[in-house]
Design a protein. Structure first.
Length: 364
């Protein structure tokens, strides 16, 4: 079963054939007062485009799309987002799930909802009246920008000096001017991006800067906006468009679900990983608090840190392992706290865990 997102409702709903891998029915599976939006989808190995083996399909899985062909990945992403945005257009508030999240059956879905119930309800309290809008800005007339940069005093002086004897201009001279132009261009881009950010932050609840996709892009940002202030946001964007005139081209996409701020991911913490992490941090007995875990980590970090142990072979590798072990156990503690909000167990990390833990968290 493929999971698209979570609704703040326990109603049995059907959204039609809008599935991610074909035209399968999208519907809800509920637990208490929340429900997962799912479809019965074949789980695909993205590196080979073949079906996942039955053993992998028996557990909650987050498919890794890193090695998938870009065109196939783009198609899956579009279908995933279209399904979510279709549901949003029907008036539902939805928390998106990370692309490629599968569970084996309805019981597993309900287990996920049970584990993440507190976190999920907390997020709904934050997003009930907000939407995301994404803004990109690209250079308009790039040649005019370069001409403007050419008027920089320092660049102008060097150019004038070189023009006195053009035949003596070296490759190093050309590279020097090129680097200076690049530096001024980057400074200008950062200045424009900051102005866009500051202007739109004033009418937004939150803001995130995304990676620039190419050299033509000046800004790539997401804003979390209260629905009541959406018109104010649009007025600000129009003002920026007028101010920058032909220097920048703006593209505004929204309203969207809060992809950039509250996309959920599910982590299955396997018992063999927990055992390895405890062994790596030297944990032999139950741990009852996060402070105890932190102390165990600090002991190992001090004994393996490359700066403190310059003569120790493989210190950097061992230090990385210690950090990885700490992260695994910190997630395991969080999963145990989710499963037992009112703790009636003696330990956060015990010696006899019986089944893999599941952590539902906001994607970092």
């Amino acid at each position: 079963m493929y999971i698209y997102g979570i609704l703040n409702s326990d109603k049995e709903l059907f959204f039609g054939p809008h599935g991610v891998t074909a035209c399968e029915e999208v519907y809800t599976v509920s637990y208490r007062d929340i429900s997962a939006v799912v479809s019965d989808s074949e789980m695909v190995d993205t590196s080979t485009s073949l079906s996942i083996d039955p053993e992998r399909a028996k557990r909650v899985e987050q498919v890794d799309y890193m090695h998938m062909r870009k065109d196939a990945l783009a198609m899956l992403l579009v279908r995933h987002q279209k399904a979510i945005e279709k549901i949003m257009s029907l008036g539902h508030t939805i928390i998106p799930m990370r692309l490629g999240t599968f569970a084996k059956d309805e019981a597993e879905i309900k287990h996920i909802l049970a584990c993440g119930h507190t976190v999920i309800k907390d997020i709904f309290g934050k997003i009930s009246n907000v939407i995301e809008t994404d803004i990109t800005a690209t250079w308009g007339d790039f040649n005019s920008i370069l001409k403007e940069i050419g008027k920089d005093e320092e660049i102008k002086k060097i150019k004038e000096r070189l023009l006195i004897n053009p035949k003596a201009v070296t490759v190093d001279d050309q590279m020097k001017i090129g680097l200076m132009v690049k530096k001024v261009l980057e400074s200008k881009r950062e200045g424009y991006a900051k102005e866009i950010q500051d202007t739109l932050k004033s009418v937004s609840q939150d803001f995130k800067a995304h990676e620039l996709m190419d050299d033509k892009m000046v800004a790539n940002m997401a804003f979390l906006i209260n629905k009541a202030r959406h018109k104010d946001f649009e007025v600000k964007v129009d003002g920026l468009n007028t101010e920058f005139n032909e220097k920048l081209n703006f593209r505004c996409v929204g309203p969207l679900p809060p992809y950039s701020f509250y996309t959920l991911e599910i982590k299955t913490l396997k018992n063999e990983e927990i055992d390895w992490a405890k062994k790596r941090l030297g944990i032999l007995n139950d741990i009852t608090s996060k402070n105890e875990l932190k102390k165990a980590y600090q002991r190992q970090a001090l004994s393996t840190h490359p700066d403190r142990n310059p003569n120790m072979p493989y210190a950097e590798k061992e230090f990385d392992e210690v950090n990885k072990a700490y992260k695994i156990l910190a997630d395991y503690c969080a999963a145990n706290e989710q499963a037992n909000p009112v703790r009636d167990e003696k330990s956060l990390i015990g010696t006899n865990q019986k089944e893999n833990a599941i952590l539902v968290k906001v994607r970092e």
